[in-house]
Design a protein around this ligand. Structure first.
Ligand code: MF3
Ligand code: CO
Ligand code: CO
Length: 268
């Protein structure tokens, strides 16, 4: 089915066809494999620019395209968000030091399909409070994914994540959200990581979107630095994020960006 014949819900959310899941799996698997392999490049003394350079090389070797290079003027194959950076950290000369935690976010395009995923990594030795934050953020994503099935709503996903995070006395970032994707990078709906059960659009088979909660140890407020990309916690508290690209199936969810090596969850 070409784009002119594509099905849209009343909320403007595209419904993809059964055969489209295969394209998303191929793109998602590449993003996941890159995130698996980049783990070896994360250690104290490393720069975020070098990590990004390796990611760009892996994308090219796979014959794929980076979705972020050239996106709204962004010039890198990844976002690398260290410690109190919430998201959209720009790779550069920053040298990782022992105990730093970082999110690496990669989006690739394979045969026109977008695979978008991010995970947490640690350089050197992890502190107990950072470990707790990473654990809760990972589990919050999974709790959100468990709410994905036809008939549930986007509010059910957000409420599940928010309840889980706030139950651990951490906070959910409101200023950034997940998004529809597929043949495009960012499409309706905005996938909020907070909300009330039963609200928002109803999930239907064939919807493709990301869930990518950002969780702060302190308050939820963020600000964007003068580079117009880097988002940080206003109170300088540590922040973490995990992201999967998923599709709604007839009776549940298909996760496109699962780690081939089972390494999505950080093993310390
Ligand atoms: N991958 C990010 C997301 O999860 C978007 C990054 S856009 C960039 O939606 F330009 F900052 F790379
Ligand atoms: Co995303
Ligand atoms: Co992403």
């Amino acid at each position: 089915m070409d784009d002119t014949q594509s099905r849209l819900t009343k909320d403007g959310i595209r419904l993809y066809e059964r055969e489209d899941f295969a394209g998303m799996h191929t793109a998602g698997a590449l993003a996941a494999r890159i995130l698996d392999e980049i783990a070896a490049a994360v250690y104290p003394g490393q720069t975020t620019a070098e990590i990004d350079r390796r990611i760009e090389e892996m994308v090219a070797r796979a014959g794929a395209t980076s979705a972020t290079i050239g996106y709204k003027g962004y010039q890198h194959a990844s976002c690398i968000s260290v410690n109190h950076v919430v998201c959209h950290g720009i790779p550069g000369g920053k040298v990782l030091k022992d105990g730093d935690i970082l999110n690496i976010d990669v989006t690739v395009i394979v045969d026109g399909w977008y695979g978008d995923s991010s995970r947490m990594y640690v350089a050197g030795k992890l502190s107990r409070k950072a470990e707790r934050l990473i654990e809760v953020t990972h589990d919050a994503l999974m709790v959100g994914i468990e709410a994905v099935k036809p008939g549930n709503t986007f509010g059910d996903i957000g409420a599940a994540i928010q309840n889980f995070v706030e139950g651990h006395r951490m906070s959910v970032v409101r200023d950034f959200c997940g998004h529809g994707l597929g043949r495009v990078f960012h499409a309706p709906p905005n996938v909020l990581h907070y909300g009330r059960p039963g609200t928002g659009a109803v999930l239907e088979e064939g919807m493709f979107f990301t869930i990518e909660p950002m969780v702060n140890l302190g308050r939820p407020e963020t600000k964007v630095l003068a580079d117009d990309w880097t988002a940080v916690t206003r109170d300088k508290s540590l922040s973490a994020q995990f992201e999967h690209s998923v599709g709604v199936t007839a009776d549940g969810v298909d996760i496109f960006t699962l780690s081939p090596a089972g390494k999505f969850h950080p093993t310390y």
